[in-house]
Design a binder for this molecule. Structure first.
Ligand SMILES: O=C(O)CCC(=O)C(=O)O
Length: 224
């Protein structure tokens, strides 16, 4: 069943209007009012703040990030509602969510893939965007093929199994002024799904071909 999904190239499903405008507005306001943390990374013995604020919510599981033990705050109602809707749409299970808050165009996340042991093998990761639109870029590790998505408020991008293995992604800095953007990335956790691959539920409510059409319409070949 997952064979059709994994044939999608790049392995991404994009729903530009996943949220209705009421939830879009309300969830952005709720997200803005949360406690956000600017963490630091150690580069050559120097502590450097990451160029964005972060937060973590989810089930009571073991979390480790950049060698540090961290605690997830318990699910908030709107995040749980978002998680449940995304699970119902995709069939994938998600146990926690990482929040990224980009205050201005100077905030960003560099090229990377999310392949930490705690999210298991070939994870699906679902990314919900709120607030100002930002560019999201995907680059194939071998061919260098690069694609851009404009992540508007209320859009949902699902990185399917294989995406983290074969592609890297980034939200680059923006030279033009942009407002605040908050992004929630819903992830599986091995302590909840077991050590194997995350499996979709058997009955997906949308046909794979409909999802594929959604992908083809919205991706653009990168120009820079
Ligand atoms: O903000 C985004 O759209 C991407 C976030 C991301 O890449 C991450 O949390 O690993």
């Amino acid at each position: 069943m997952s064979s059709l999904l994994t044939q999608i190239k790049p392995p991404v499903l994009f729903y530009p209007k996943f949220l209705n405008s009421l939830d879009d507005f309300d969830w952005f306001q709720k997200s803005k009012n949360l406690k956000w943390t600017r963490s630091e990374i150690n580069i050559y013995g120097k502590s450097i703040p990451v160029p964005r604020d972060e937060s973590l919510f989810g089930e009571d599981l073991h979390y480790e990030y950049r060698g540090t033990q961290i605690e997830a705050d318990p699910w908030l109602d709107f995040l749980l509602e978002a998680r449940n809707r995304i699970q119902a749409l995709s069939g994938y299970q998600f146990n926690f969510v990482v929040g990224n808050c980009y205050r201005t165009g100077k905030d960003s996340i560099g090229w990377h893939s999310d392949n930490f042991p705690q999210i298991g093998k070939r994870p699906a990761i679902a990314s919900l965007s709120l607030g100002s639109a930002r560019k999201f870029k995907l680059r194939h590790r071998d061919s260098g093929e690069t694609l851009d998505y404009q992540l508007e408020s209320g859009s949902l991008l699902i990185m399917l199994p294989g995406c983290q293995e074969d592609w890297v992604h980034t939200v680059p800095k923006s030279a033009r002024p942009v407002g605040e953007r908050i992004n929630w990335t819903f992830r599986p956790h091995v302590d909840a799904i077991g050590k194997g691959e995350q499996k979709p539920e058997p009955d997906l409510p949308h046909s794979h071909l409909e999802q594929k059409a959604c992908v083809a319409d919205y991706r653009q070949r990168s120009k820079d």
